[in-house]
Ligand binder design. Structure first.
Ligand code: SF4
Ligand code: SF4
Length: 170
């Protein structure tokens, strides 16, 4: 169901905050991503199937904060909790704005910050993995150098191929 007006206002305010914080952290850290983003979104919808959010240890482990966080996600973003991953402190959700038949978002204009910046917001992570179906590509900036070094190693072609993929050299 499309977001009602008050929810749109809340989401757009939070989205602006999210984008500003993301941009500010990028400027402050002065850490350039070793990866570059290529390609485009061809609207396969794969990233909407199970949106995943990494949270702080505090939010993940403190029952009360966790409950407030998950309730907020459900009420505001229509993200319904599905599972958690203790290793990475992440929550996976089912988004009720997602129509699996049309592969469309019914509230695209008020989508949350994590959806708005995807996959740019993966670029600072150590292992930015995309879905197979995604029209974007993430490539290691010094891939040429690494590829040449990899070629010199005595590995099978399959192993080289696997490493190239894992290290985003392709
Ligand atoms: S809010 Fe829209 S863009 Fe974000 S996960 Fe749901 S369907 Fe996708
Ligand atoms: S997975 Fe990639 S191509 Fe598919 S909708 Fe998301 S951003 Fe677009």
């Amino acid at each position: 169901m499309k977001d009602p007006f008050p929810i749109q206002v809340i989401k757009l305010t939070l989205r602006t905050k999210y984008i500003f914080e993301w941009w500010f952290k990028k400027i402050i850290s002065r850490k350039k991503s070793p990866y570059e983003l290529k390609g485009d979104c061809h609207q396969c919808g794969k990233c909407c199937e199970n949106p995943t959010i990494k949270v702080s240890v505090f939010t993940f482990h403190f029952k009360f904060i966790r409950m407030i966080y998950l309730t907020w996600q459900q009420r505001i973003n229509a993200f319904y909790f599905v599972s958690d991953d203790h290793k990475n402190n992440t929550f996976s959700f089912l988004c009720h704005h997602w129509d699996s038949t049309t592969k469309k978002c019914d509230s695209y204009s008020s989508r949350p910050g994590i959806c708005y910046l995807y996959p740019k917001n993966l670029m600072q992570s150590s292992s930015p993995d995309l879905f197979e179906e995604c029209g974007f590509e993430i490539q290691y900036k010094k891939s040429k150098l690494f590829k040449e070094s990899l070629e010199k190693l005595s590995l099978t072609d399959e192993k080289k191929e696997e490493l190239q993929k894992k290290l985003h050299l392709k």
